[in-house]
Design a protein around this ligand. Structure first.
Ligand SMILES: Nc1nc2c(ncn2[C@@H]2O[C@H](COP(=O)(O)OP(=O)(O)OP(=O)(O)O)[C@@H](O)[C@H]2O)c(=O)[nH]1
Ligand SMILES: [Mg+2]
Length: 406
């Protein structure tokens, strides 16, 4: 088409001289423009192709992603459902175990405190049944009952003052109403001491030193504690730092087998501090949570006991500064006033962080928890209510008073 157009003008060149050059020039520039346009359109086409490719790629990957997302969403939903079902089953199982544990706890506590309950609760019942009205005589009789259960004069006075105030304030006439009032006042008085009765086993490593006079139940308590803490998921090692008698080491060994925990022991007569040293080395290398040391922490001689405990404390401070220390004093509940006296004496020589009262199953004088908490201000952490491995209960004012009143 361009050729015929230019040929037309060739003819004209003869009529108009110079026009031929002009036409040639225009032809060249038009041809060049055409070339440029062709190039440009090639580029544009290439760009379009490229864009198409990338759009397609994006579309594919979005689809793939959606597929993956959907798949994982379905997976998440399924696993959430499974988890929910598992959780429901687990919660039921855990609740069942907890209910069983609670039942076991109250059964043990209730039967373990029977003698004290008979002494306090039954006597109170029969006194209240004999009175028609709430008067001074009844108060005196109640006071005697509390004192006979080793609640102590000071604590008994505090409890009775409060009871009389409340009876006046609430104008209580019927003796039957007095029992629950008395129970609540006793719980309040124990709680008033504001002591931390629960043993903190969360902050580990923890080193427990168990002290107390001969035969109070130290080794038995250690065995029970080891089993308890192991069941609560803690790793425990016993340290036979009572090297006084070979039989003591053997007895602790038996408890370590019963509880299924490790033990570190030396020969009879070895230095107790060196056994503690080895116990610490073992705890460090195995990352053990709790070390429980059975000490021959007797009070036949105050100076000896102080020296022995100081030496052990020094070793712990030097070798295991990260470890928390608890010093548990064990007293035998069946020794009544003697047990209270031991708390007083040990308090003078050792930084006791808690008391364990053992053999409460064998005494009617469980009231001794009052002077220990209120007068000496030392928390009772556990009570022993039998020789069996599970017969060591955490001490809790409400549970304790409820168990001796109902
Ligand atoms: N009924 C009853 N007996 C207990 C309780 N705790 C310990 N016993 C018994 O008390 C006795 C002495 O217990 P041990 O654990 O050997 O006392 P210990 O303080 O280690 O004695 P030594 O090492 O000799 O100083 C054992 O016969 C235990 O079975 C308890 O809570 N109730
Ligand atoms: Mg012992």
């Amino acid at each position: 088409m361009l050729e015929s157009f230019f040929n037309k003008f060739k003819k004209k060149d003869k009529e108009e001289p110079g026009i031929k050059e002009k036409i040639e020039e225009t032809k060249e520039s038009v041809e060049k423009d055409l070339e440029d346009i062709k190039e440009e359109s090639k580029d544009i086409q290439e760009n379009i192709d490229h864009l198409k490719d990338s759009i397609e790629e994006n579309l594919n990957s979005t689809e793939e992603k959606e597929d993956i997302d959907n798949e994982s969403r379905v997976k998440d939903l399924n696993s959430a459902e499974e988890k929910e079902v598992e959780e429901v089953v687990e919660t039921e199982e855990v609740q069942e175990v907890k209910t069983e544990e609670k039942k076991g706890f109250f059964n043990n506590l209730f039967s373990g405190l029977q003698k004290t309950r008979d002494n306090i609760s039954n006597k109170i019942d029969s006194a209240l049944a004999r009175y028609q009205k709430v008067d001074e005589e009844l108060f005196e009789e109640l006071e005697e009952i509390l004192i006979s259960a080793d609640i102590g004069v000071e604590s008994t006075m505090n409890i009775m003052d409060e009871l009389e105030d409340q009876v006046k304030l609430k104008r209580v006439k019927d003796p039957k109403e007095v029992k629950s009032m008395l129970m609540n006042i006793m719980i309040e008085k124990l709680e008033e001491a504001n002591l931390d009765n629960s043993m903190n086993i969360k902050d580990t490593p923890l080193i427990m030193l168990v002290i107390g006079v001969n035969g109070v139940g130290k080794t038995t308590t250690i065995g029970k504690l080891a089993s308890k803490y192991k069941n609560e998921g803690k790793s425990v090692t016993l340290v036979a730092a009572d090297t006084f008698r070979a039989a003591a080491i053997e007895q602790l060994n038996e408890w370590s087998n019963r509880a299924g925990v490790d033990i570190i022991s030396h020969q009879e007569g070895a230095d107790p501090a060196s056994v503690v040293f080895d116990g610490i080395a073992s705890a460090k290398s195995k990352n053990t949570d709790i070390l429980i040391c059975d000490t021959a922490g007797r009070l036949h001689n105050k100076k000896n006991l102080m020296n022995e405990l100081e030496k052990i404390h020094r070793i712990v401070d030097r070798e295991y500064p990260d470890a928390r220390k608890e010093v548990l004093l064990v007293v035998d509940g069946t020794t009544g006033q003697n047990a209270i006296l031991q708390v007083k004496q040990f308090k003078e020589v050792a930084d006791i962080t808690g008391v364990v009262i053992t053999k409460l199953d064998g005494t009617a004088k469980g009231g001794m928890v009052f002077p220990i908490e209120s007068e000496f201000n030392i928390p009772i952490k556990y009570i022993g209510v039998g020789e069996q491995i599970d017969q060591l209960m955490e001490f809790n004012p409400k549970d304790f008073i409820s168990a001796i009143f109902n």
